[in-house]
Design a protein around this ligand. Structure first.
Ligand SMILES: [Zn+2]
Length: 235
């Protein structure tokens, strides 16, 4: 359990997660962060309780134009402003050996099962290895390992990329990211991730990567093909 997590999913994303509105890939990356993060775990529990109370009492259904909307906003504001620390421990993490790492790591249960069932790692240029999971027909989900000193070419996204750091760290133009950090990048961001010490992440893309500089741009059709192939694996 990491108590020094800097970057978390937004409250809106957590709320969509507890309401079951996310496709499987996105749900898994959020669930994995929630397992690692005390404050998001507590926040998710409160949002769930709030959702359940509105399901149990249909009269309590929250509409933006009703006075209860104000209660809802204030409750959400309270959850956001005062992250609750849960006293009881959250589910234990699972120790897993990952082929590309020379040490074992502890993973959230939601990822450990898939990771321990034998990931198929593929090396891609630049010291990067990738292992895909096929979780739904809308997202490309993969473990990405960046070897020490490795840099991913400058790219942007047509949709969004949710990344959870599982081991090590990386940085881009906007900051430095460590274990348990949850990062969202979309079309507004042009970024070039670099890892000095090496980094294992789990990333979920809802559209192909688009390299924006130099020869890497030649890879864009491959990125589109890879995305299309990944989403067509799940009926
Ligand atoms: Zn969090």
């Amino acid at each position: 359990m990491n108590t020094e997590v800097k970057l978390h999913p937004s409250t809106e994303l957590l709320n969509r997660f507890v309401q079951g509105e996310l496709v499987t890939g996105k749900s898994v990356v959020v669930a994995a962060h929630v397992e690692l993060c005390e404050s998001c775990s507590a926040k998710a529990e409160e949002l769930q309780a709030l959702a359940v109370s509105s399901w149990v009492d249909p009269g309590n259904v929250l509409q933006p134009d009703q006075s209860s909307a104000a209660d809802y906003s204030s409750t959400v504001a309270r959850i956001v402003t005062y992250p609750q620390i849960k006293s009881e421990p959250i589910e234990d993490l699972v120790e897993v050996d990952i082929d590309v790492l020379n040490h074992s790591i502890k993973l959230p249960k939601v990822l450990a099962k898939a990771a321990s069932q034998g990931l198929k790692w593929k090396k891609v240029p630049g010291g990067i290895s990738e292992a895909q999971l096929f979780l739904d027909n809308e997202t490309l989900c993969e473990f990405i390992y960046m070897a020490p000193g490795c840099q991913i070419p400058v790219h942007t996204h047509q949709g969004s990329e949710s990344t959870l750091v599982l081991d090590g760290s990386f940085e881009d133009e906007l900051g430095e990211y460590k274990t348990s950090d949850f990062i969202i990048r979309d079309a507004q961001h042009n970024h070039q991730p670099l890892s000095t010490e090496g980094c294992l992440c789990f990333a979920v893309l809802d559209s192909p990567l688009k390299f924006t500089k130099g020869l890497a741009r030649l890879m864009n059709p491959v990125n589109r093909y890879k995305f299309k192939k990944a989403i067509s694996r799940v009926a």
